[in-house]
Design a protein around this ligand. Sequence first.
Ligand code: GAP
Length: 457
Amino acid sequence: MSLNMETLSTFAKTQGFVYQGSEIYGGLANTWDYGPLGVELKNALKAAWWQRFVQEQRNVVGLDSAILMNPKTWEASGHIGGFSDPLIDCKACKSRHRADHLIERFDASIQADGMSEAQMSELIQTHRIPCPKCGKFDYTPIRQFDLMFKTQLGVLDDKAQTIYLRPETAQGIFVNFKNIQRTSRMKVPFGVAQIGKSFRNEITPGNFIFRTREFEQLELEFFCEPGSEMQWFDYFKQASKQFLIDLGLREEHLSLADHPVEKLSHYSNATTDIEYQFAWGFDELWGIASRTDYDLKQHQAFSQEDMSYQDPQTNEKYLPYVIEPSLGLDRLFLAVLHEAYHEEALSEVDTRTVLKLHPFIAPYQVAVFPLVKKKHRDEAFTLLDQLAKRFRVTYDEAGNIGRRYRRQDAIGTPFVVTIDDQTLEQQTVTLRDRDSMDQITLPITELMTYLDQKTRF
Ligand code: GAP
């Protein structure tokens, strides 16, 4: 089924997944608020990632570092002065473009990312690449646009220090490498995982929640012995892809795009993007980079702190190499919603919208319905309260049962439990499955175990 962003964003809004940010004031461009269902889905995605990449790993621990960091961090990491995008304006219609995107959109066979300003200018001139918005050829020169958001520390303007909102969570992990290694007594190879907000003053945000200025990252920095990094790089490529497949993304909608050597960042000796087939085509979902010892080396030089690791067996001291799988939560959210959204024809006259989400991440995992409001409500509330201790639950008593099923289908609730006369007489419930729409009868005593097994990740 071909799905466009308009349909998906309208659906996301009407169901309470994602609203436009500050909507009552006319919005703030490209900011989004996650509504009651959105926050549940987001939290569940974080829980799935944490479970897979921290909890189930013997050699990965977590961190929650501060968003605001000493500005020296960003000098060391190369972000100050080096984290910018090439910007070009159309003088005719005043639209703004990333120069590399302008070229790549004009000719997909050209890889402009990583080219110098002069190379890009020459290409734009030679091909007289027209403005994609108005078709004219009348541009400003290319300028570098700083992606870091600045703010101030301190109350007095003249004494205030410029600090930055972090553009990635990764540096919080690198600066804590020694703290974590010492306190958790981890031996290389080991990893540190972190989930948190990052901020980039993107020139061309867009495609709904795909590229925004405020977003959440799920990052893992895996420290290993130099020379072993390619083995771990391959491991994380596979493990990351498998995680997406286990969440329900179909393999044919995923592709691994290796960065050609000439396009690698200065700190990387191998990088692959896991791309997902979004409505507009394959695009980056998860970046997996082999970052060598670049970050630890830089922080060692700038802080004068010894960042090396001493192997307890050989006593050899070295700076570990790093493999970094870095995933955008908002992009994962979009991919999952994309994959799950179905409009199904049930007969010639009947259709249903159904979100086929993995039961672990569905905003509500179980809905409880009383068949007849007045007669079955007390029993339904009793069961709802019990289930709520273990699952994300919801309750609906409004309208006929068919309508209520459709409402749950549309928000992805995998199981509906209905309380009826049989419940009162024989302590059984009817359990309806979202995807097959089959119904089974279960003794209440077996319900918890059944749902527990079906909602695991
Ligand atoms: N620490 C490495 C790093 O930040 P990145 O490729 O710039 O690498 C990693 O970002 C991931 O973060 C991307 O693959 C994407 O999923 C997400 N991401 C980056 N910029 C984003 C933006 N402006 N909006 C939403 N997600 C973004």
